[in-house]
Structure formats: structure tokens, C-alpha cells
Design a protein around this ligand. Structure first.
Ligand code: 3HC
Length: 301
């Protein structure tokens, strides 16, 4: 169990619940397990559990292959994670992080259900990218114990986590989550509850603009990406990054931000919706702006 520190906000967290084991949820579960926490990961069915397990094995297997972890460390890490289809298995969690699809109704149903499952002093967090944390929190009887914790993809690699406080988030809850994330080696930043928070508000105007440029055949996808990688030092070009994020997720984020802020920078470029409708979702479906053999393989074309 992780050691207790002496800072005033140092609450002891032992078991972390993660709901939803897609790309983000599995990554978040890995982050906590890497830091010695016991993790209970919940999915709605056996296929979801199998997908989550595969994701965790693959991601930690990559660390083994790169010599960053031994096979026995990998086995210990995976041994700290229990996967389940039963929400009631989250009963012992000190913190629950919800990372399911960006659907307000689904998230609210989860926060409602958690009322009868977790202890009254547990902290509940949503990894939403753009939905209202306030609205999600009101589904629960203890909205003061709800915060947003917005991890970035890939969660085990990106150090930023945005902590989103609502007007009723208890200051002690905020401080405890901040301290916990720092103990994970993350860089937490705090912001209010506005669609997009800090990073997505700034990032997605740029990404959307890149899609427009591509749609209007102003430049090739390779040249748009090369311009930002080699001219501005970004680790990935905008179209390759959109493929990593998932075009469906990107569309939802832009659409929500546009509906809330009416900033035309965030009006989703039409081609984005067309790609999503056609099932071109980026790396996870094998094709987006580029084509891939597997979700983490290099670009094929
Ligand atoms: N899962 C876990 N670890 C991963 C990973 C993954 N999917 N992808 C890469 N890594 C790890 C590698 O194992 C390696 O770890 P090591 O240094 O300990 O050996 C390290 O990351 C670097 O990987 P690579 O050498 O294979 O590749 P790169 O140096 O090209 O890095 C990248 C890959 C980390 C994805 C880098 O290109 C990058 O940072 N890209 C930008 C990502 C970004 O902007 N993310 C934010 C998206 S917005 C968002 O998430 C918000 C949401 O709301 C949409």
C-alpha cells in the first residue's frame, strides 16, 4: 500500500475504482496500478472486460519489451488490477474514476448508481473531456465530493491531468485529489467547469483548423503534419494526433464545445462527421486520416 505523507491534504487512498476500460480507462487503471494502488476496473460486459485486459497486457508488455519493466513486475502490476462486470465490486474504492463514453445520460446513470455502492467519504471523478461535470455531479447525492479528472492520451505517458472543480466541489476534495495526482508523478492543473477545460479548448481549435485545411485540399495530410512536427516541434502532426484521439471522440468534443461557446473555431469540419459516419475512427478502427495495421502500429498509408 502506498506510504502516507505528512502534507495536510494527504489522505490515504488504497483502492481505486475505474469504470470503463476503453483506451482512457485502461490507461488510467495502469497509471494507478503502476503506483502501487489496488485497482478495480468495471466494464458493462465480458467483451469490455476482455478488451480492457488486452489493452493492459499490451501496454505493459510494451514496457517489458523496451526493458522498462521486468516480466515479474508486469505480473505484479496486473495482479493489482481486478476486472469485473459488477458495479458493486467498487464498494471498497476510496476514489472512483469514471471513463465511459461521452454520453451525459450514461455518466449520470453511473453517478446515480454509485450512491448506493461506495462509502459516503469516497471521492467520485469523471474523466469527461467536454461534458458538464456539474451536471454529472447532480445525479449523485454528494455533488460536493465530485470532480473532473481529465487525463490525456496515452494516460501512462502524458503528465497533465486537469482537475475540474464545480461550484460545489469541497475544497478538501480538490486538495486531496491534487495531492494524489502529484504522488502519481502527474502535473495537475485546476480549472472551472467549461466545455473543453484548458487544453482541449486551445487544442481542438487548432486540430479542427487542420482538418479544414485538409478538406479544402490546401495541402496534403503529410505536409500539414510535417509542418507542425518539424516547424513547431510538436511530437505528432494534427491529423495523426486526431487518429490517436479517435475521430468520434474528437467530433463529440468539438460539437459540445461549439454548442456551448458558439465559437466558430469549434464548429466541426464537415469531413470529420463524414469519416465518423463511415466508421473511419482513426487508429482504433484501423483507418482515419491515415491507415494502420493495428492501433499502435506505424502509419501504413
Ligand atoms: N500507451 C502506453 N505507453 C505508450 C503509448 C501508449 N499508447 N504510446 C507510447 N507509449 C510510451 C512508449 O512505451 C515510450 O515509453 P518509454 O519512453 O518509457 O520507453 C514512450 O511512450 C514514447 O513512445 P515511442 O518512442 O513509441 O513514440 P513517440 O516518442 O513517438 O511518442 C507519443 C508517442 C507519446 C504518443 C507522442 O507522439 C506524443 O506525445 N504525442 C502527442 C500526444 C498528445 O498530444 N496527446 C494529447 C491528446 S488530447 C487528449 O488526450 C485529450 C482528450 O480529451 C481527447
Amino acid at each position: 500500500m502506498p506510504a502516507m505523507t505528512s502534507t495536510p491534504a494527504a489522505r490515504e487512498f488504497s483502492t481505486i475504482g475505474v469504470i470503463g476500460l476503453g483506451t482512457m480507462g485502461a490507461g488510467i487503471a495502469e497509471v494507478f496500478a503502476r503506483n502501487g494502488y489496488t485497482v478495480v476496473g468495471a466494464e458493462q460486459n465480458d467483451e469490455g472486460v476482455a478488451r480492457g485486459r488486452q489493452h493492459l497486457e499490451h501496454s505493459t508488455g510494451r514496457a517489458v519489451k523496451r526493458g522498462k519493466m521486468t516480466e515479474s513486475e508486469q505480473a505484479e502490476l496486473l495482479g493489482r488490477i481486478t476486472l469485473t462486470t459488477e458495479m458493486k465490486d467498487l464498494a471498497d474504492a476510496d476514489l472512483v474514476v469514471e471513463a465511459v463514453v461521452e454520453s451525459l445520460e450514461t455518466k449520470k446513470a453511473i453517478f446515480r448508481a454509485l450512491d448506493d455502492i461506495v462509502s459516503p467519504d469516497a471521492i467520485l471523478a469523471t474523466n469527461t473531456s467536454s461534458l458538464s461535470v456539474t451536471e454529472i455531479s447532480t445525479a449523485n447525492a454528494r455533488p460536493g465530493r465530485v470532480v473532473g479528472v481529465h487525463f490525456f492520451n496515452p494516460a501512462p505517458v502524458q503528465n497533465l491531468v486537469e482537475i475540474v472543480r464545480t461550484v460545489v466541489t469541497e475544497p478538501a476534495v480538490l486538495a486531496e485529489v491534487q495531492a494524489l495526482l502529484q504522488r502519481l508523478g502527474k502535473n495537475p492543473v485546476v480549472c472551472g467547469d467549461k466545455a473543453g477545460f484548458i487544453a482541449n479548448t486551445l487544442l481542438f481549435g487548432y486540430l479542427n483548423h487542420a482538418v479544414s485545411m485538409y478538406e479544402h485540399k490546401y495541402a496534403s495530410r503529410e505536409d500539414i503534419d510535417a509542418a507542425m512536427r518539424f516547424g513547431c516541434g510538436y511530437p505528432m502532426g494534427p491529423l495523426a494526433l486526431l487518429d490517436l484521439i479517435g475521430l468520434d471522440t474528437a467530433y463529440e468534443i468539438l460539437d459540445t464545445m461549439y454548442k456551448q461557446g458558439r465559437d466558430r473555431l469549434h464548429a466541426p469540419a464537415p469531413i470529420l462527421k463524414q469519416y465518423v459516419t463511415a466508421g473511419l475512427l482513426g487508429r482504433k478502427s484501423g483507418r482515419g486520416f491515415y491507415t494502420y495495421e493495428a492501433p499502435d502500429s506505424p502509419i501504413v498509408v
